[in-house]
Design a protein around this ligand. Sequence first.
Ligand SMILES: *Cc1c(COP(=O)(O)O)cnc(C)c1O
Length: 392
Amino acid sequence: MTKDYLKDASLATRVINIGIDSDPAHGAVMPPIYLSSNYTFEGFGKKRTYDYARSGNPTRSVIADVIADLEGGAGAVMTVSGLAALDLLWQDLNAFHPGCKRVVVPHDCYGGTQRLLNARTKQGLIEVVYVDQNDDAAMAEALSVPTALLLLETPSNPLMRLVDLEKRIAEGHAAGAKVAVDNTFLSPALQNPVKFGADFVVHSTTKYINGHSDVVGGALVCTTEEDVTAYRWWANCVGSTAPAFDSYMTLRGVRTLFVRIRQQQQSAQAVAEWLEKHPAVSAVYYPGLPAHPQHELAKKQQLGFGAMMSFELKGGLDAVKTVLDAIDLFSLAESLGGIESLIVHPASMTHAAMSPEAQATAGITGGLLRVSVGLEDADDLIKALERAFNHL
Ligand SMILES: *Cc1c(COP(=O)(O)O)cnc(C)c1O
């Protein structure tokens, strides 16, 4: 499928070129959107490539090819949301570990992922085990019992804690588990889990891959043809495949992934350095700062530090209220990875479903704010923070 001239091309080139000039009907440079829900049979028993849009759609196929290529997978299953991609994962545990339902996940994984894992555990589909993935002893203990799947998420939300991919993936495999990595926070432009041995990569394409905050979608990248086939079957079976329009929008968005995220992380670095020096701030969590406890690991396993960070205001919740009431330019909203800068108060917004005890264990305090740095000018973002902090 991949063109010869792309063999040695960088991912930044491939993301632009895959699917370009591939229209057999009219030579359209940009792959057209196919909205039709159904496709004719050429004749009796003569099915074409596509028959019904839940099971297959040409627009969805192009974005799947692009994401699979970026992640170095054999194929990608495009879903209606990131959670739908994750939920596919456990549908087929029996295939790779008969009789075993055990799924080991980070104790600080995405809140929606936790809700889903808990609901599926309650149903009896899986058995979830939460573990602090930076605790060697806890990891060893969790993997000392037969495990079907190890899910990793790095950096974590909202405290930007990293997990050593090479080490943990090897441990998962040694325990007989398949390993999936949620790569939403960095995108394939900045982190390639398959290079460290991951069997699956999961994305909420809602975030950096689409990058424009106008689509909710997901992708499950598999490294074997067998898993691609199995999970495409499941996505069709449960009806969670991505709509054509969303696929088209996401394809349009992903073309600029590299330029977006490179610019965003450059601004993020400037914002983080400014925050670190500000007297109202007691801590900044950004892997690009030498003070970040895993700065060296970030340099080793990431291709950049990303554009997500969080910071702690000395004045706690009162200071948070003052800043959030005064802030402009940043939108007070959940989600991340779009062209627009966002600020969020994890304790009352993204992580509100967690109990106060669970929040405390995860290090989510009342004074913590998370920022997704967008494509505005970095100086303007810093000025906006300065204006808001002047109210303190
Ligand atoms: C947003 C997010 C998800 C869930 O994706 P949806 O597209 O909202 O369903 C999963 N993992 C991470 C890390 C996320 O940020």
